[in-house]
Each structure stands twice: as C-alpha cells, then as structure tokens.
Design a protein around this ligand. Structure first.
Ligand code: AHG
Ligand code: MN
Ligand code: MN
Length: 336
C-alpha cells in the first residue's frame, strides 16, 4: 500500500532539520492551510451563490454576500492573526498594511504579504484562480508594532513563498528556500498530500504566455521575442504554443510543470507593468529560482534584487524556464 505524506507531516519532518526552528513558521503554514481549505470549499460552490443566496444576495445574518476576493482576504487575514505568529499583513485588498495591538501578534517574528484571490475575474466563468503568499522575518524589534520597512524588503530576503491553485484539483505549492514541493488537496479526508516533491522547471520549454492584445504597446525587445516564439524552427521546438489563462497562479503553475515563459511587460495602459512586486512577482520569482528557473523585470534586472519603495508597487515580470528567460533578456538587451 502506498503511504501518503500529508503537508503537516512534511512540515514537521523538515522542521527537525533546523534545530533552531521555533515552530512559528509551522504555525504560519497551518494558518495558510486552514484558510486554503475554507476557500476551496467556497470556490467550489461559487456557481451556486446566486441560487443559495437568492434573497438579495444576503446571507442568513442579513449581511451582504461578499465578493470572493474580500472573502478570501478576511479568511486568510483571520487565520494568520489568530495564531499570533505574524506581526503584520500586507494584502492586495488592503490599502495600508494591517497591524495588530494584541501582545501575541506584537511578539510575532514574521510578516506576510498576499494576493488572497489571484485571477478573480475568472471566478464567474469557472476557470482556475489562486492565492499567493510571501513571508519575511520582521526588521523591527519583536514586541513592537510592525513598520512599513518590515514589508519593503527585497525578494531575496523572503523566508518562504508559495501559492494555492484552485483548479481541477486544489494544490498548495511552496518553498522555504530548500526546493519547491507541491501538495494536492484530498477533500474526502481533508488533507493536502505530497504529490509533487522537489519540483524543477524544465530548462527549456515550448509555451509562451502573454496577453497579446497589448502587443502594439510592448517594448521593442519584447515584441521581437514574441515574433521569435512564433517562428518556425524544429531544433528549438518553434513555433511555441501560446497559452494564457489570465490568472498568474494558473499560468505560472502550468509553465512550472511543463516548461515555458510568462510575460507581463509594460504597456501604455500599465506603464510600470500590471503585476505587484511584493505579493505577485516576488513570491513567484522566489519559487521559480528554487525550481531552477529565472525571473527578471524590464530591462532585465533580477526580480528578487529590486528594492521596493511602495506596498502596492507594480513591475514588469518575465518568469519561467531559465533558457527561455535568457533568450528574452538577449532580445531586450539588443533592442536597447
Ligand atoms: P488579480 O485578480 O489578483 O487582480 O490579478 C490579476 C492579474 C494576474 O493574475 C493575471 O496574470 C493578470 O492580472 C491578467 O491581466 P490581463 O487581464 O491584463 O492579461
Ligand atoms: Mn493577482
Ligand atoms: Mn487578487
């Protein structure tokens, strides 16, 4: 009989390898795991909300039915706050970072940045969405109120990052800087089971993922690279396949497993790119590097080396198989 390894067992096993570990990161992951299960349940009945919540979209307590990204934000925030392991949270859904007054939280050593529901426009059409998270150790002294500087750290300082994908299966994929592991949720027994140990992205791929509707507004080097992707050349598997779901988590997840490149460049609509550095680009960059891939911005700087200046800062993102990202970087450099 094949034994399953649950996320909880996996975390405990790994904790033994770090004698200094206090168990706080374990608690933090328990919070994320719990909120992910709640969201899994909610997303799976999203299509029923209009039916079950028919009375003016109000629930039994008379509260308005919340949009799913607000719902996700509240559940992740509450789960993280309750165990007292985080001293602050930065979220796409919160203009300012969230602080706490309770002693248990003031003593927390970690801050979490998150995109509680990524790709939320896909919900209405039954397409995969996700949650992205990024974890740092605080800079301010333990026991005090969290500060903005705790959140504005470069991505290479992350101690953990990951995502949950609510797709044909729900999966949690994360790294604590020691490789990337993926766990698939078995809702019949309520556990995440290790299904994708030590994930590595293929060095080369044959998929490119970009919103080509913005093509005319892309920088010259990016346009030329897209044309290169479409050219015929058997030795490099070109033309590549174009695949774009429109939720970063899903596009990233596919390319991580199959090999590929995801591009969100600057455009006239988004002069700094659309994706947010702290809770979209950095966690994905951390994961891809841990899986042997690369992540750069425009014109080619490593994402993890960018010094953030704002909580909701945007930046262009190019991420995926290392040889594909290198090739794109050559096109960008040549065009400059
Ligand atoms: P969010 O739903 O958190 O706002 O993120 C949406 C993001 C990202 O998931 C996706 O890759 C990108 O927006 C898609 O943007 P376009 O529709 O402009 O292609
Ligand atoms: Mn997002
Ligand atoms: Mn979002």
């Amino acid at each position: 009989m094949k034994m399953i390894k649950t996320l909880g067992e996996f975390i405990l096993d790994n904790q033994k390898e770090y004698p200094d570990a206090s168990g706080e990161l374990t608690s933090l992951f328990s919070s994320i795991r719990l909120a992910a299960k709640i969201l899994h349940r909610q997303i799976n009945k999203a299509g029923l909300v209009d039916i079950t919540g028919a009375a003016g979209a109000e629930n039994v307590q008379g509260e308005q039915q919340q949009k799913l990204d607000i719902y996700a934000n509240e559940h992740f925030k509450n789960a993280l706050a309750q165990r007292g392991v985080v001293c602050g949270i930065g979220s796409e859904e919160e203009e300012e970072y969230v602080t706490f007054e309770e002693t248990k939280n003031l003593d927390g050593r970690y801050v979490v940045l998150m995109d509680p529901l990524d790709g939320s426009s896909n919900i209405d059409v039954n397409v995969s969405v996700g949650t992205i998270f990024s974890v740092y150790q605080r800079i301010s002294p333990v026991g005090t109120k969290v500060t903005e500087a705790d959140f504005l750290q470069p991505g290479h300082k992350q101690v953990a990052a990951g995502y949950v994908i609510y797709g044909s299966s729900t999966m949690l994929v994360y790294s604590t800087g020691n490789g990337v592991n993926g766990f698939t949720y078995d809702s019949t027994i309520g556990v995440f089971a290790l299904s994708h140990p030590n994930l590595m992205v293929p060095e080369d791929g044959a998929i490119y993922s970009v919103n080509e509707g913005n093509y005319v507004h892309f920088p010259e080097g990016v346009k030329k690279y897209i044309k290169y992707c479409q050219e015929e050349d058997e030795s490099t598997q070109r033309p590549y396949t174009s695949r774009y779901i429109g939720s970063l988590v899903s596009d990233f997840h596919r390319n991580l497993i199959k090999g590929g490149i995801y591009l969100y460049p600057t455009s006239s609509r988004y002069p700094d790119g659309k994706l947010r550095l702290l809770y979209e680009c950095n966690p994905m960059a951390f994961l891809i590097e841990q899986a042997g891939g690369k992540a750069i911005s425009y014109p080619g700087k490593r994402i993890l080396d960018i010094e953030p200046t704002k909580l909701h800062q945007r930046c262009p993102l190019f991420v995926g198989s290392p040889n594909m990202v290198d090739k794109l970087a050559q096109f960008i450099e040549a065009a400059d």
